[in-house]
Write a protein that binds this ligand. Structure first.
Ligand code: ZN
Ligand code: ZN
Length: 309
């Protein structure tokens, strides 16, 4: 039953966002600015809070900020912190194996992207054994049960701004709907597809730095759009690392936010990939290059010998 509700919900939110774009007023840059700010806020809720903190414990924080981060993650309409974390930990445990709930290798690109959320079988695999650590926190369990409350509050704030600026009349309703469209619906749908692209695109296309057993890849443009999550092969190789972009040129906005939290005293015990791992990878890369050069030189020599005969 859950898969039917989720399917309906996904279509419904897409339809609402599209209706808002078509029928509401559009004020140009101010709406685009609202979209960008909201996307950044909602997006970091997924990457910093849900993914790097709750799913992987890449850093530690105090209990209050932990709750704030759980609240923040709920804004993306991707389920509560327990569901999100359980699904993600399941993915890492069975990456691209038959049991992986969203493997492009076994069930194709679209299933990996969003089809898995509408698949009845998937919900049998996501169980709370994966989140025993979080189940001990009553405030997180409570929030998971009311995970639609944070986005509902955000919508209420946006609508209130609309009514306060234009009055509780037809114009006010129009402005409220416009704010909800560009401040919530469009950023949420955009965040969904970016998050889902990490499951689909970064397990499908792009270069592989580390020889992991799964199909994870590093996709630079998703590194930018997904606020640092596109360095997915790096992430699969060393999951607990707070930094997914392993080098300075691998832009990782989520990591920069966590560094800011560290400066503010909100994050500590940041986890990093060991330097040894990066050195080993460089050596392996040089060895592969050397091997290739040897093969090319041997090939050239044998061709020259054949020609001279
Ligand atoms: Zn993955
Ligand atoms: Zn992960």
């Amino acid at each position: 039953m859950k898969h039917i509700i989720v399917k309906f919900f996904i279509y419904f939110i897409h339809l609402l966002a599209l209706s808002g774009i078509i029928f509401c007023n559009f004020d140009g840059w101010s709406d685009i600015g609202l979209f960008l700010i909201s996307y950044i806020i909602i997006g970091f809720g997924v990457t910093v809070a849900y993914h790097r903190y709750f799913a992987h414990h890449s850093f530690r924080t105090n209990r209050l900020f932990q709750f704030i981060m759980a609240f923040w993650g709920c804004m993306s309409l991707q389920g509560g912190p327990l569901f999100w974390t359980a699904a993600h930990r399941h993915h890492h445990k069975h990456s691209d194996e038959v049991d992986d709930i969203h493997s492009a290798r076994h069930r194709g690109f679209w299933h990996a992207h969003m089809g898995w959320l509408c698949d009845k079988e998937v919900y049998k695999h996501i169980d709370y054994r994966y989140v025993k650590d979080l189940m001990k926190l009553p405030e997180i369990v409570l929030l998971d049960n009311v995970h639609l409350l944070p986005p509902a509050l955000y919508i209420a704030i946006l609508m209130t701004i609309g009514f306060v600026s234009d009055g509780f009349n037809a114009v006010g309703w129009g402005h409220a709907a416009q704010l909800v469209t560009w401040g919530f619906l469009v950023p949420v749908v955009f965040t969904w597809h970016i998050t889902w692209s990490i499951n689909s695109v970064t397990h499908f296309w792009g270069p592989k730095r580390f020889n992991t057993k799964d199909d994870s890849r590093n996709v630079w443009w998703l590194g930018l759009l997904a606020l640092g999550e596109g360095w997915h092969n790096n992430h699969h190789r060393y999951q607990i690392s707070v930094r997914h972009g392993f080098y300075w040129y691998e832009i990782d906005f989520s990591y920069y936010v966590i560094l800011l939290f560290k400066c503010l005293g909100l994050a500590h015990r940041l986890q990093y990939a060991p330097q040894k791992l990066l050195k080993q990878q460089k050596i392996a890369k040089l060895e592969r290059l050397l091997e290739k050069l040897k093969e090319e030189t041997t090939g050239k020599k044998s061709r020259m010998q054949t020609t001279s005969q």
